[in-house]
Design a protein around this ligand. Structure first.
Ligand code: 11C
Length: 344
């Protein structure tokens, strides 16, 4: 029988992608939708300005949206996907966990909390065991798992593939799509013929989340990885797909061929939404490109190319679909991981 799930923040950009990925889904069935107070009581088709690239599922269109409040979500909902704005997530997500709901959240609040697993299943599924620490410390019947920021998800799996070479220092420079800012964040008129070399708190997220993801959990504490990460972030006029330029200095010799082989061989998982090949490696120097390559693996794969030696060590480019692999798809994958590991 399918697990009954709810979507918190169902009318936003990531909430809409979540609905697209969850209806239909072989393991999950949407049973609750929440949004802001102004949408509560409305049918979803009236509450949401639907903008994703497939029709709104008919059964979802007819559901009534409720306020984002634990008392409004049925008790037999076992898993919540949260795409709430972080200020609201910080306020209400703990109340849902206290009320017994298990939550896979894309919201940026609490990602760096020491007892909250920040998970990319292919990179650090073992960090899920932090939930025992979380349960002890917070006394929750429910649980909170987070996925990282979309631009962090784009490059961390490529670093994980290179860990055997002893990562020392990484610099990453991003070219981020406008959809990362949500529907209202950057309008097309602001960004056409332009690039904006600043995305609020984004650089810090790449620098800190990457070290938490690559850190080690010893059963009691999580130690953050010692790799040094410096990030610079830019908004460009792509619609979907974050492209990143990465420079890596490693302890061991790391040739472009070694790096490409290690990424190509880096394993995917057999969760429902896992792509067959996690990292696609391109030989063409002008790939990956957002418009051509963001939908590889149903939007859940990462791609890499442009491997070369540079003054600052190995250099390459990588790409992922920011609202699929980087946000909604990342939360769904974490939900599947929670199910597979008996947390639901
Ligand atoms: C952007 N990466 O492209 C951001 C959006 O922490 O989940 C996602 C912010 C986050 O603007």
């Amino acid at each position: 029988m399918a697990v009954r799930v709810g979507v918190l923040g169902a009318t936003g950009a990531v909430g809409q992608r979540l609905i697209q990925l969850l209806d239909p889904h072989p393991e999950f069935e949407i049973a609750a939708l929440t949004a802001s107070a102004s949408s509560a009581g409305k049918q979803y088709r009236q509450a949401a300005k639907w903008r994703v690239d497939s029709p709104i599922p008919e059964d979802v269109a007819e559901m009534t949206v409720t306020a984002t409040d634990p008392d409004e979500v049925p008790d037999d909902v076992d898993l919540l996907f949260s795409s709430l704005p972080s200020s609201i997530g910080a306020e209400v997500e703990p109340a849902f966990c206290e009320a017994g709901y298990v939550m896979s959240s894309n919201s940026s609040n609490a990602r760096m909390a020491e007892d909250v697993p920040l998970i990319i299943p292919e990179v650090n599924a073992d960090h899920l065991e932090l939930l025992e620490v979380q349960r002890d410390e917070r006394g929750w019947d429910g649980a909170m798992v987070k996925n990282p920021n979309c631009s962090t998800i784009t490059f961390v799996p490529t670093l994980a593939a290179l860990e055997e070479f002893g990562l020392e220092r990484v610099h990453v420079s991003t070219l981020q799509a406008v959809s990362g800012a949500g529907y209202d964040g950057v309008t097309s008129m602001e960004i056409i013929d332009n690039a904006i070399p600043y995305i609020g708190s984004e650089e810090e997220k790449l620098e800190t989340e990457s070290r938490k993801l690559l850190g080690e959990f010893d059963g009691a504490e999580l130690s953050h990885d010692s790799v040094e990460v410096a990030a610079s972030c830019n908004r460009i006029s792509t619609l979907d797909g974050h492209l990143e330029n990465v420079w890596v200095e490693a302890q061991e010799e790391l040739t472009p061929e070694d790096a490409a082989d290690a990424m190509e061989a880096y394993p995917s998982l057999d969760l429902r939404s896992s792509p067959d090949q996690l990292i696609h490696v391109f030989e063409e120097p002008d790939r990956p490109q957002p418009r051509l390559d963001r939908t590889l693996g149903g939007g859940m794969a990462i791609s890499a190319g442009g491997f070369r030696e540079s003054t600052f060590g190995l250099q390459y480019n990588c790409l992922a679909h920011n609202t699929m692999r980087g946000a909604a798809g990342a939360s769904v994958l974490n939900g599947e991981l929670l199910l597979e590991n008996g947390y639901l």
